[in-house]
Design a protein around this ligand. Sequence first.
Ligand code: G3H
Ligand code: 13P
Ligand code: ZN
Length: 309
Amino acid sequence: MPLVTTKDMFEKSMKEHFAIGAFNVNNMEIIQAIVDAAAEENSPVILQASSSAIKYARINYLRKMVEAAIEEHDIPVALHLDHGPDFETCKMCIDNGFSSVMIDGSKYDFEENVELTKKVVEYAHSRGVVVEAELGKLAGIEDDVNVSEQDSMYTDPAQAQEFVERTNCDSLAIAIGTSHGAYKFKGEAKLRFDILQKVKEKLPNTPIVLHGASTVIPELVEMCNQYGGNIPGAKGVPDEMLHEASLKGVSKINVDTDLRLAMTGAIRKVFTEDPSAFDPRKYLTPARDLVKATVQHKIRDVFGSSNRA
Ligand code: G3H
Ligand code: 13P
Ligand code: ZN
């Protein structure tokens, strides 16, 4: 099946109340792991590359590896730019065959975000590409913001409605308490489902995106630490909350950190157990297998997208 946009998969997700996993890709092993997992689950999937991933892997390699991956399978796959920082990066991805881009104007004030997003939407839509935008700010515990600062960072539902109407973006990332990386909460994990509900009331037909949505799977953190890593106190969004989000209107759930942990844990294990190993296939094969199992678990047990291809 050729590369698709997220339009049809999002429509289905909103009608049937499930979420689609958007997994960050940086190299061949990660792409293969994600697409193989999604194919086994007969699930739609989004492969997303950040601008630093594009710098690392190079855009031609990424696109061609994704093309190779979709030739092998018959499931809907979208190729998406994650956190596009400016118009030029979005344009580069659109011109290079991505089917979806994110313009992340969340660092700007509302009016600047609207203007930038509109510019990207105009360029993208005229070329059949869809656009994710972001409103609200994701703050991690490392950002050390106080409660009232945190409150002002959550997405305002009325502003979200105005933003979507004025920009005509295809999907919207909102801030309801998640953050990027392995340290999301100091105490109990907490998401503002009340804000999600209000946004969905205002925007029933707009697919909603959750960034910073890794579970920071305890077994994977333990595995990294057991084999020489040092990632103390890491904490993410529990599976139950992500499942609830998938039922309550989140259409796209972004995952990068959990794949990094899986890859790193598996590689550390090989090196610890066999210090004489130096064939990359010897450590990249179990790494790819563990990334695949991690993706498959999320698709099947958390996001509910199995058999929705
Ligand atoms: O949200 C950011 C993703 O985890 C990508 O991270 O910019 O290090 O590739 P990166
Ligand atoms: P995590 O760091 O929680 O995996 O979030 C990834 C993300 O939001 C990519 O855009
Ligand atoms: Zn993100």
